[in-house]
Design a protein. Structure first.
Length: 418
């Protein structure tokens, strides 16, 4: 994942690598923070407040729900404004919710309502950060887009894994200390973004209002069959995979493996480390492989592996076997995200890239709250093991439909990584 030194490179190449390092530093800070949140937030819901399954699902839904309302608006803003300015402001604002949550926890005033407010605030800020960061990547990297996307995905996954490892120390440091640290990491990312040169839009922004800009982005996405197919596939991932991951795994660790609060943070961190370790392994393999022409076929294969894992989660497994399955699921997820984002990055026109990428991210993030709510209900009515079979079956049918009726299986791309 290392970017080669630019000491012996021409000035333009050295400048490009310096910009990419700053970009990846900002990306890393965001996902270290999210890695901490990924462990601490369900811990607070399930262990500190001991909420039932449907309220766990509702809380996890609140983290993702703002994407449905604001992701497309965030994409429209990123196409019209300086992406660097957006990132600086979002990082500064994102430091505040964990500070407030840590203060409430420190004084024994934590409540379910406070967690919902935290989740909605962080979800809203993420809806503006992601399109700005994604659209800036092409301008920062300039060449070798598949390699740049893979590096960005690698930085995201490794940083999230680091955040989870840090969160696993909660029993020793105290949860409030980790939340204060989460805020500090966000501020560091804002400083990295501030050090970037301005990233204005590639094209002169139009005079239309935000709604017209959003609708224009939707029209452009629909004109590219491969783009709308990938977006649809990611929406299914959000509903059936992310929803299952966010709700089933915390409840499984609490109720199936009968974890104490200290055991919960450790086991949940281990499970997440296995998942994100799988995504990192996939990213390293993709970097080594280089250019891939049949990205659609690779996507379908990796999504199929996720359906198999979901079906196997319906079995009563020892914890070590669960970890192996989650690692396999992570390799499929890392491959899917890299291939999908590369396809959309290359297919989207410069003038609409942020809006198209926002729609792609909306498919992923917008499906997750729906999936979280549904999985919370299914687990409450069917039990943990039976509830995983329904999404596995539905995804299998969706993938069969994509292979038969969409261009994804035949899709080829000739872009060469430099």
């Amino acid at each position: 994942m290392e970017i080669p030194s630019g000491a012996d490179a021409p000035p333009a190449e050295a400048s490009r690598k310096h910009r990419l390092r700053l970009y990846l530093s900002g990306q890393a800070s965001w996902y270290v923070s999210l890695g901490i949140q990924f462990v601490i937030f369900p811990f607070l819901v399930t262990q500190v407040l001991d909420e039932p399954a449907y309220r766990v699902g509702l809380a996890q839904m609140s983290l993702m729900a703002p994407a449905i309302l604001f992701m497309l608006l965030g994409g429209s803003m990123a196409d019209r404004a300086d992406a660097r300015t957006i990132l600086i402001r979002v990082h500064a604002l994102a430091a505040m919710p964990p500070i407030l949550l840590a203060t409430l926890l420190l004084y024994g005033e934590l409540s379910y309502g406070a967690l919902i407010v935290y989740a909605l605030a962080m979800g809203t800020l993420g809806a503006f950060a992601l399109p700005a960061r994604d659209s800036a990547l092409t301008r920062v990297a300039e060449t070798g887009i598949q390699q740049a996307v893979t590096l960005a995905m690698g930085a995201q996954m490794i940083s999230q894994l680091v955040g989870m490892l840090i969160a696993a120390t909660a029993a020793y440091t105290g949860t409030h200390v980790l939340l204060f640290f989460q805020a500090a990491v966000m501020i560091a990312g804002g400083i990295a973004s501030w050090r970037l040169a301005p990233l204005p839009p590639s094209h002169a922004p139009g005079t239309d209002g935000p709604l017209a800009q959003i609708l224009d982005g939707l029209r452009v996405s629909r004109r590219e069959p491969i783009v709308i197919t990938v977006i649809g596939a990611m929406f299914a991932v959000g509903i059936f995979y992310v929803g299952s991951f966010l709700v089933v795994l915390p409840l499984m660790i609490r109720d199936v493996y009968h974890s104490t609060p200290d055991e919960f943070t450790l086991r949940f961190a281990v499970v997440n480390i296995c998942f994100w370790g799988g995504t990192i392994a996939a990213t390293l393999a993709l970097l080594r492989t280089g250019h891939i022409e049949h990205r659609g076929r690779v996507m379908i294969a990796s999504l199929t592996s996720g359906a198999i894992v979901l079906a196997l989660l319906g079995l009563s497994l020892p914890f070590w076997a669960l970890c192996i399955l989650i690692f396999i699921w992570g390799t499929g997820a890392g491959t899917t995200m890299t291939m999908g984002r590369t396809i959309v990055q290359l297919a989207a026109p410069d003038s609409h890239r942020a809006r198209v990428l926002a729609l792609y991210q909306l498919g992923f993030s917008g499906g997750a709250p729906v999936g979280s709510f549904c999985m919370g209900y299914l687990v409450g009515t069917m039990g943990i093991h039976s509830a995983t079979l329904a999404p596995a079956l539905i995804v299998t049918l969706i993938l069969a439909g994509l292979v038969r009726f969409s261009p994804i299986w035949a899709y080829r791309d000739e872009e060469r990584s430099l």
